[in-house]
Design a protein around this ligand. Structure first.
Ligand SMILES: Nc1ccn([C@@H]2O[C@H](COP(=O)(O)O)[C@@H](O)[C@H]2O)c(=O)n1
Ligand SMILES: [Zn+2]
Ligand SMILES: [Zn+2]
Length: 632
């Protein structure tokens, strides 16, 4: 909701946002509206709930009711589902595939990032987890994972190809475990791995072993040649669709298939932030479950019997739907599958667990305690502090890049106005940023401290090369965008096909003006289909648990710029300051040519002036109209 193209906003003043928690029970679909899930899940012998790329969104989406559940609600939901699985006599695993940081104030207003969100993560009874690239950009964050996260999970935290320098042994060691062989509650013998794609942007305290090398290592060969494996599980911060450039799952899958031609290989991926399900072969499929606590992935399969497994549970769990689809139409394999993409809201969680919208019986104390911790952390961190009122809604891809309602139109102005050094205030300047550094849309209405991180979470330092010849500075944007994709931005640059996934938006909610329960009164509306995900994957178009209307999607370039102080008389200046975030330094230098070297680059203001620091002054300078009760 509230994205450009959807002219109305969906929430009230965020200085009241903390008050929503006690009334957050009402969710889309409640009160008889025909919105929300309509089909029970298919339960198989083996079932999985999958999160990925949560990026700190454990508070839920305070401005989008359709993704409004918080981590406490998810804790409660997983408890219900584990009980359900137990009662049915089948297995249910809860898994996550990394990228826990960089996306909200809850994860990024602490130093190092993730200090609080990592602990909230630990409140969930995960069976298997693996690491993402966002745990590896900054050494402090990687050591935090090593010293106080992986050890909590023990052999459940899998990093098959990621190592860290351990100062106490003077050696690189695996951050977590390379693999795990275990037997489920109902007798399935599983060999699991956690494989990060061939990421190269990590700090020098860690090493990412390329998949091609990993599959040749003795430990891996021993693992895949282990006797009595009923199924291989490949978790990975790695694109699920193995044919997509950048995914290394295909390579690992093929290495296993060479020695295990028939054993099922089930893949859970992430990183490209989409909903997707791919058929790899007749006994192997791959699920990817979106991002930002908008999506919970559901996977189930059956086909295990005593000839191919040690499964001891119930073959076709009763009183529920069961998976029926073979991976391919010509499959002779016994395995059948189902997948579903659940919208992250309490109504969905209630529907699939207790089967009714009944808060009193849904909530568990364990989940409520996590919700209350989140509320407390938000207060401590002052995430609800109001900086200004956003006059309209601005999205990154739902309108063309140059549209006045595109977020980059606004942020180009913000770069020009607020990425500034008083000592160079009157100099002509070109300021560059990668579009991948902007992580979420801007909604009409209150702009808080939290929103500052939600839009621009990275601590990427603003750097400069002063007095660059004007012809080079003014051609730089075009050079960056057309002179080859930045390798580090390769994934954010990849167009996401619209038939696979669209940006999540919920419906315009102009009627909602209530103060204090801003995202909730909406549930009384009679809506049939709100804008949101419309996914097409290898099983077709029925994967989305809640049907949505498609949101338009326009591609965007890899870089955008802000320009200031051009002469008004039409003359051409001799030089301009070139300013850019450190994340793109190599590409800026590559375009400028050999006359420019790294030793000419210096902090624009100081090491402390980063991409987290320009929106706040911009909002305070430009968007005070309507304060403190921002019009919505
Ligand atoms: N310091 C950083 C780190 C990352 N980025 C951007 O994030 C992209 C990767 O995010 P995923 O969630 O897809 O792993 C990366 O390609 C950059 O666009 C950044 O801007 N600054
Ligand atoms: Zn991610
Ligand atoms: Zn990632």
């Amino acid at each position: 909701c509230g994205a450009a193209g959807h002219t109305d906003s969906c929430y009230g003043p965020i200085n009241h946002i903390e008050h929503v928690r006690h009334v957050k029970r009402m969710q889309p679909g409640a009160q008889g509206a025909s919105y929300g899930p309509t089909r029970p899940l298919e339960w198989g012998q083996f079932n999985v709930m999958h999160t990925t790329d949560t990026h700190g969104w454990l508070e839920g989406h305070l401005k989008e009711k359709n993704y409004g559940a918080d981590w406490g609600d998810y804790v409660t939901f997983t408890n219900h589902m584990k009980h359900k699985a137990g009662n049915m006599g089948v297995d249910l695993l809860i898994v996550d595939t990394g990228d826990l940081h960089d996306g909200t104030g809850l994860s990024d207003a602490t130093n190092p990032d993730g200090e609080l969100t990592n602990d909230l993560f630990k409140e969930l009874d995960y069976d298997l987890l693996t690491i993402g690239n966002h745990e590896l950009y900054v050494s402090d964050v990687s050591y935090q994972v090593f010293n106080s996260f992986q050890n909590y999970w023990g052999d459940k935290y899998l990093t098959s190809n990621v190592q860290i320098f351990n100062p106490s042994t003077n050696e690189y060691e695996y951050i977590g475990k390379t693999h795990k062989y275990f037997t489920t509650a109902h007798g399935l013998r599983i060999m699991a791995f956690g494989i990060l794609y061939d990421f190269t942007g990590n700090s020098n305290s860690t090493k990412v072993i390329k998949a091609a090398q990993m599959v040749q290592q003795q430990w891996f060969q021993d693992a895949i040649n282990t006797k009595d494996v009923d199924m291989f599980l490949l978790l990975g911060h790695n694109i699920a669709r193995t044919t997509t450039g950048g995914s290394t799952f295909g390579l690992v899958h093929d290495a296993i298939r060479k020695v295990q031609p028939k054993t099922p290989i089930q893949i859970f991926g992430g990183h490209s932030h989409i909903r997707d399900f791919a058929v790899i072969d007749e006994s192997s499929t791959a699920l990817e479950s979106g991002c930002y606590c908008e999506t919970l992935g559901w996977f189930s399969m059956s086909g295990f019997d005593k000839t191919n497994s040690g499964f001891t549970g119930v073959k076709n769990p009763h009183g529920v739907s069961n998976p029926t689809r073979k991976a391919t139409t010509t499959s002779t394999s016994p395995f059948v599958y189902s997948r579903r993409y659940l919208d992250w809201n309490r109504y969905t969680f209630e529907y699939h667990s207790i089967g009714k919208q009944d808060d009193a019986s849904f909530d568990y104390h364990s989940g409520e305690r996590v919700t209350s911790d989140i509320t407390g952390y938000r207060t401590e961190l002052k995430l609800g502090e109001l900086y200004g009122c956003v006059p309209d809604s601005y999205c990154s891809t739902c309108v063309p890049f140059t549209d006045p309602k595109n977020i980059f139109t606004v942020l180009s102005d913000a770069l020009a106005v607020s990425v500034t050094n008083p000592a160079r205030a009157d100099k002509v300047k070109y300021v560059f940023c990668n579009t991948g550094g902007i992580r979420y849309d801007l909604f009409k209405g209150p702009f808080t401290y939290d929103d500052n991180f939600i839009v621009s979470p990275f601590r990427d330092v603003w750097l400069t090369i002063p007095d660059v010849p004007f012809n080079l500075a003014s051609a730089l944007l075009n050079g960056l965008n057309h002179g080859g994709v930045s390798k580090r931005d390769i994934f954010s640059a990849m167009p996401i096909p619209r038939d696979v996934c669209v940006d999540p938006m919920t419906a315009p909610l102009s009627e909602i003006k209530a103060r204090g329960d801003e995202r909730l009164g909406t549930s009384r509306r009679q809506v049939t289909e709100t804008p949101g995900f419309t996914t097409k994957d290898d099983f077709g178009t029925d994967g989305d648990d809640t049907a949505h209307a498609t949101v338009p999607h326009y591609s965007i370039p890899n870089y955008f710029q802000g320009v200031a102080n051009l002469p008004t008389d039409g003359s051409t200046p001799a030089v301009a300051d070139v300013v850019f975030v450190d994340f793109i330094q190599d590409y800026v230098l590559a375009f400028l040519g050999s006359a420019f070297t790294a030793d000419m680059v210096k902090p624009y203001v100081s090491e402390n002036f980063t991409s987290q620091d320009y929106l706040e002054p911009y909002v305070k300078a430009k968007w005070q109209a309507g304060m403190p009760n921002c019009p919505i």
